[in-house]
Ligand binder design. Structure first.
Ligand code: GLN
Length: 219
């Protein structure tokens, strides 16, 4: 078996070693005897989602996010098609904000997102940030996830989205409702840098298990 991973905007959105998420998935798949291709797709490059089994988009600062926001409309139809058919994906921090409806920069400027998922992100006054170690619990999966968060944005989930977990310690999506991250179909989102899948191997296994099963059943 051969799996294809698409890393979106790797040259622009890659904070705190977010690329480690790709390396983790690749290594874990290869240890199962599955070969893995990683393609990169950035600004101005065409995207054909039918080729891919896993998508990844990392985090970035407002400046980089504004640059990406201009390119997103050209990839919108393909990415929405992929997410709606239950394709496996992971979006971190700035990438998480950008696949939602819109987000506000730290200075309050509203930036249009991809609009593929229903969440939206507001800013915090006075450039305040949620920074530090974070622990969350997903009771449905019976799993605990550890990470590091550093964001100004306050994200609020929409219809059809569940949180990745409930905050045990730290701030999470918005510092109010104790949610962290989002799950929509097989699209997973989180503010966790660290990177998420390096520190939380059970979550890495969950993502690749789903992608492998889809590949096996020819979905
Ligand atoms: N600009 C975003 C925020 O601060 C994203 C930051 C990030 O990706 N670390 O909320």
């Amino acid at each position: 078996m051969e799996l294809n991973i698409c890393h979106l905007y790797p040259d622009i959105l890659n904070l705190y070693g977010d690329r480690g998420n790709i390396i983790t998935m690749k290594r874990r798949l290869e240890s199962r005897g599955i070969s893995v291709n990683v393609d990169e797709c950035s600004i101005g490059q065409p995207l054909d989602v039918d080729k891919y089994d896993i998508f990844f988009i990392g985090g970035g600062q407002d400046h980089e996010q504004k640059v990406i926001a201009k390119d997103l409309p050209s990839k919108r139809d393909e990415l929405v098609k992929y997410i709606e058919r239950g394709g496996v994906g992971l979006a971190i921090c700035g990438g998480y904000q950008l696949i939602g409806q819109y987000y506000e920069t730290a200075h309050g400027e509203k930036i249009q997102g991809l609009g593929a998922l229903p969440h939206y992100t507001l800013h915090q006054e006075n450039l305040a940030r949620f920074i530090g170690d974070i622990e969350i619990r997903n009771d449905e999966f019976g799993e605990t996830y550890l990470g590091f968060e550093n964001h100004n944005g306050r994200t609020f989930l929409g219809e059809g989205e569940k949180p990745l977990g409930t905050v045990v310690s730290g701030h999470g999506n918005n510092g109010e409702d104790h949610s962290e991250g989002a799950i929509y179909k097989n699209m997973f989102c989180s503010y966790f840098h660290g990177p998420l899948l390096v520190r939380n191997r059970h979550l890495a296994e969950r993502l690749i298990d789903t992608a492998v099963k889809q590949k096996e059943s020819g979905e």
